[in-house]
Ligand binder design. Sequence first.
Ligand code: NAD
Ligand code: MG
Length: 300
Amino acid sequence: MQMYSESDVDISCLADSQITILGYGSQGRAHALNLKDSGFNVVVGLRKSGASWAKAEADGLAVMEPNESVKTAKIVMFLTPDMVQKSLYESVVDDIDNGATLMFAHGFAVHYKQIEARSDLNVALIAPKGPGGLVRRQYEEGHGVPCLVAVHQDASGDALKIALAYSAGIGGARAGVIETTFAEETETDLFGEQAVLCGGATELIVAGFETLVEAGYQPEVAYYEVMHDMISGPRVVDESSRAAMKDILADIQDGTFAKNWIAENADGMPEFKRRMQADLDHPIEKVGTDLRSRMDWLED
Ligand code: NAD
Ligand code: MG
C-alpha cells in the first residue's frame, strides 16, 4: 500500500493556477471552500438557472457558466452527480485548455467509459472517503478526511503530483492519501453503497423493524431499537448474505450494474422512484417522521 501525507506533497505545481469546480453540492462546496482557504485560485462552474449559483456567490466564490469556467483552468474537477458528468464533459470539452487535468471524486464516468478524455488531458481522481460536510468541517478544525488518489491518464507526466497537490488543498493529505486505481475505487465504492450502506444496512433496519412489529411490539419502540445495533452476528448475516454480496460485486465488476443504472437514469428513473416511494410509504418512515419531529435538536 502506498500512502502519501503532507510532507510528500509539493503544492507549488498549482501556484497561480486556476482550479475549476463543476457543481456545488455536497462535495463541490467543501472542495471549493477548502481550496480557497488554502490559497488556491478557485472558480465554480454552474448553470445560471441552477439553485446553487446564489449559494456559491454568497459563500464568496467566483461563479461562471460551465463553458466559461473551464477556459483558463489547469484543473477541472467534476463534482456534479455521476450520471450527468458525461453530458457535462461533452458540453465543455471544446473549451478546456490544452494539457489541463480532469479530476473526479468518484471514478464511475471514467471507469465505465462514459468519459473518454482527450489525449492531451490528464485524468486523475481524488476521492475523499467521507461526505462533503465532513470534508469541510474537518478542514476548518485543522484536520482532514482521508482520500484515495488514482491516475487514469498521465498526459503531462506529473498528473499524480497535481492530484496530490489538490488533495493537500482540500485537507486530505493531513489525514493520508492512499494510492489506488479508478477500477478499485469505483468498484469498491459502488459495492459499499449498494451492498452495505444503502442496500444492506437499510434493509437490515427495515427487516428488524418488521420483525418486531409483526411480533406485536409497539412500532415506536421498535423504531428506537432498530436504530441501535442489531448484532446477532452470524444468525443475521450468514453465508447466504455473503453469497448475495458476491453476486452484487460480480455485477459491479462486469459492468452490469453500471449499464442498468445508466439506462435507468436515461429513462427518468422509474424503478428508483418506485422504490423511493415504497420506502417513504413504509410504516417505519411514518413512525420515524412523528418521532423525529419531537427531537428539536435535529436539523432539517
Ligand atoms: P450533489 O448531488 O450533492 O451535488 C451536485 C451538484 O451538481 C449540485 O450543485 C448541482 O446543482 C450540480 N449540477 C447538476 N447538474 C449539473 C450540470 N449539468 N452542470 C453543472 N452543475 C450541475 O453531488 P455530490 O454528492 O457532491 O457528488 C459529486 C461527486 O462526488 C460524485 O462524483 C460523487 O460520486 C462524488 N462523491 C460524493 C460523496 C458524498 O458523500 N456525497 C463522497 C465521495 C465522492
Ligand atoms: Mg459513492
